[in-house]
Design a protein around this ligand. Structure first.
Ligand code: NI
Length: 225
């Protein structure tokens, strides 16, 4: 499931991120790439252990915890501390699939869901689309600053070369309580149906109670915590 989450960060929070990132020492993005994807990767990143990255990462994680659509779609068990990247003119990232396991310090994370949170306004750059492939074809994604895309980490994806301006983003992964994308999608759809039913008929309507029970029993069957 490819899902667009609107306004994860407010305009003020995006401006704060950009202010802090402007003062950072950006380094070659290949420091966090696997051997194969390093060949395709051409961008700049803030080092993972930079205090600014941690501070802004916390801001993003707090915002995500308050975003019901993110929680419903990703069913996060743990969220990798966000990283920050930047593509200037001529930079891009060829087709690759993200590593299955990533470490933050000694802590392993299985990457079930990939996330990109845009920190540049689309008018500020040309190119730089995130292109995600799935069974239905290719999807080119370029979102307003503060918006985020999540997609299955199993997907082949790339970032097109930037031809004008600079594209800044935060990126990270989610280890979900539910490993399989098809199961997460079904739970997300069911959660939406429950919310709609409860809004129409009330939380204590037998239909809402029955659907909520089915949701919990599917989550019990499929989750690992
Ligand atoms: Ni990637």
């Amino acid at each position: 499931m490819l899902l667009h989450l609107e306004q994860v960060l407010s305009t003020e929070a995006v401006a704060q991120c950009r202010r802090v990132l402007e003062g950072e020492a950006w380094v070659d993005g290949r420091i966090t790439a696997g051997a194969q994807s390093a060949l395709a990767k051409h961008n700049l990143q803030v080092p993972q252990d930079a205090p600014a990255a941690r501070e802004l990462g916390e801001l993003i994680l707090t915002a995500l915890g308050r975003h019901p659509q993110f929680v419903s779609a990703a069913l996060p068990l743990k969220v990798y501390p966000p990283l920050f990247n930047r593509y200037d003119v001529g930079m891009g990232f060829g087709a690759h699939v993200d590593n299955a396991i990533r470490f933050a310090g000694a802590q392993p994370y299985r990457t079930d869901v990939s996330a990109t949170l845009f920190l540049s306004d689309p008018d500020d750059y040309d190119g730089g689309e995130l292109v995600v492939e799935d069974a239905y074809g290719e999807h080119a994604v370029k979102l307003p600053a503060g918006d985020m895309i999540i997609y299955p980490a199993t997907s082949l994806h790339r970032v097109e070369a930037v031809t004008r301006g600079s594209r800044w983003a935060a990126f990270f992964w989610v280890q979900s309580m539910v490993r399989a994308d098809a199961q997460r999608s079904l739970l997300y759809d069911l959660d939406g149906a429950i919310q709609a039913t409860a809004a129409k008929l009330g939380q204590s309507d037998p239909a809402a109670i029955s659907l909520t029970g089915a949701y919990n029993n599917l989550l019990r069957m499929w989750s690992e915590v």
